[in-house]
Ligand binder design. Structure first.
Ligand code: NAD
Length: 534
């Protein structure tokens, strides 16, 4: 009786979901607010794309051209409050839908994202600058988390145990209510997709704050989510920077925050959000080391290292930004420099481009300053990517692949996360020294070893204190059956993004212990034997 009532409720609640055939129309997904000229990016609150009433706007520029493509609002406190109220009201209804109903919405969401993958990728190229192929990968790696969300019926199954005569304890996971996601600029589709699909599939409503530097992909995903049947108020998108983030940290109705970004913002959000009693998961910066052993397959290793150091212009938290050459492999560096020199710097939609622009003029200046600091502190500038110009895109924030060799651990270029196409190379004599050096670095996001020796690989795997290890794999980001397991200085909080841990982050366990005495059953036969008082 109760079950059919709740099914009825959930189907009424989801009635606004269009028939499936209609939803395929969204291949022509509009770019919303910027179809003509310079326009403002809207908020998405209670199922409506609305203009902010703020007077405070952030410029949104194409990093390859500096073209002004829009203004992003510093959403007002009143609008943030409205998003919260709407999310809180929606969460109350959404949690009553069955997990099967939510699974169906996730299936439609994954289908529609797949259908619109190229359009989202194109938007990423315009706002973020990475190459079109890489931008498609950005969408695809996020899509894999949506696919995981489709499997939540199994992942959300509870547990049950008979603990005494007629007594059972069972555990199931309940949604938290309203949660929030705060995103960085470097994966404008993948990282929002780490957050809102699992949060919503688990029965929460969510307020997303994409990076103010490239919010377009999240806006497109919001439009798709509405078409997939995510009800009004369950997904909301607000924009802004510090004030908006501080509101999220302080608002009591928001129960949990997912954050990905820099150390500075992450440490602030983690401490402020936690102090306010919220659950916070925060993925921070990185310095990922590759170890090159003399028994490695030289050609394959050099290709992998060049791709992982300079791809996405080094703006990946899992970029291999540091190379440790063991023994004679330092003699391979001129060949690595040659490969790096041959990578084409350019506009992301040019199919020949390997390395796009950096996100802002300030990022470019910072990266160039750190290159110079390496040279000033005694490193050898084997390949200098500064001063590169791209025909037709002369104003772009381009820096070409750069190699600093003979780097020492005290140098600023080693200590700082550069977040640009710069590979810093250090020399050691043994694998033990390489392991010791990596374990001394405060970060623990990712690392990779290149070798043909099983024993060396095994030693590295077991002795290295880094959360994600690649063996002949340069960027070992796990797929969503696992979680993203960066460690040490690269994470605050102990619940990882996506995978089982991701679903656990957005839910809390409830245990129930029930006693239904068999002897109390009114439908059993009358006992005619003499009572024995046992
Ligand atoms: P960022 O910290 O500048 O911005 C991330 C978010 O925090 C944005 O939404 C921004 O509005 C907000 N923010 C920025 N400064 C703030 C402040 N002072 N107070 C409150 N909020 C603030 O990061 P970014 O430059 O967009 O992204 C690059 C960084 O993200 C790199 O350090 C990279 O390593 C890291 N990152 C880490 C992972 C990971 O999984 N470990 C993944 C991607 C990116």
């Amino acid at each position: 009786m109760m079950l059919s009532a709740s099914l009825k409720n959930s189907s009424t609640y989801l009635k606004r979901t269009a028939p499936f055939a209609r939803r395929t129309f969204s291949t022509q997904l509009p770019l919303l607010q910027r179809v003509s000229g310079v326009e403002t990016v809207k908020n998405y609150i209670n199922g409506k794309f609305t203009d902010s009433k703020t007077n405070d706007w952030i410029e949104l520029r194409n990093p390859a051209t500096q073209e002004l493509i829009g203004y992003v609002p510093e959403t007002t406190q009143d609008e943030l409050k409205e998003a919260t109220e709407t999310a809180a009201a929606a969460a109350k209804k959404w949690r009553q839908t069955t997990v099967l109903a939510r699974q169906r919405v996730m299936m439609d969401l994954q289908y529609l994202i797949r259908l619109n993958q190229d359009k989202i990728a194109e938007n990423i190229v315009q706002e973020q600058g990475k190459t079109f192929a890489d931008a498609k990968g950005d969408v695809f790696r996020g899509l894999q988390v949506v696919e995981q969300a489709c499997a939540l019926t199994t992942h959300l199954m509870g547990e049950k145990l008979t603990v005494a005569k007629d007594m059972e304890t069972y555990m199931y996971r309940e949604p938290l209510g309203v949660v929030a996601g705060i995103c960085p600029f470097n994966f404008p589709a993948m990282i929002p997709l780490w957050m809102f699909p699992l949060a919503i599939a688990a029965g929460n409503s969510i307020i997303m704050k994409p990076s103010e530097r490239d919010p377009g992909a999240m806006m497109m995903l919001a439009k798709i989510a509405a078409e997939a049947g995510i009800p009004d108020g369950v997904l909301n998108v607000v924009h802004g920077s510090v004030d908006c983030v501080n509101y999220i940290c302080d608002e009591p109705q928001i129960k949990a925050i997912s954050f990905v970004g820099s150390d500075r913002a992450g440490e602030h959000i983690y401490s402020r959000g936690s102090a306010n009693g919220k659950r916070v998961q925060a993925n921070l910066g990185a310095k990922n080391h590759a170890v090159l052993l003399p028994d490695a397959n030289k050609q394959a290793a050099l290709n992998a290292i060049a791709g992982a150091a300079f791809g996405a212009a080094g703006q990946r938290c899992m970029a291999l930004s540091t190379l440790i050459c063991v023994g004679e492999t330092k003699d391979w560096l001129p060949e690595l420099a040659e490969r790096a020199r041959n990578l084409k710097v350019g506009y992301g939609m040019d199919p020949d481009t390997d390395v796009g622009p950096l996100i802002t003029v300030q990022s470019k200046e910072r990266v160039e300053r750190l290159i110079q600091s390496g040279a000033n502190e005694g490193a050898n500038l084997l390949l200098d990517g500064r001063g590169v110009t791209v025909k037709g895109y002369e104003k772009g924030n381009f820096v070409g692949p750069t190699l600093l060799t003979d780097v020492k651990t005290h140098m600023e270029c080693y200590r700082e996360e550069i977040f640009g196409p710069v590979l810093v190379c250090l020399n050691v004599d043994t694998l033990d020294e390489a392991i010791e050096l990596i374990n001394k670095n405060p970060y623990g996001n990712g690392t990779a070893v290149f070798t043909n020796s099983g024993p060396s690989a095994r030693k590295f795997e077991h002795e290295i204190d880094v959360g994600q290890v690649g063996i002949n794999v340069p960027i070992p980001v796990p797929v969503p059956p696992f979680s993203f397991t960066g460690s040490r200085g690269s994470i605050l909080g102990d619940m990882n993004f996506y995978g089982k841990s991701g679903l656990h982050f957005y839910t809390k366990p409830k245990t129930v212990t029930s006693l239904w005495k068999e002897s109390d059953s009114s439908h059993s036969r009358a006992s005619v034997s003499m009572p024995t008082m046992r």
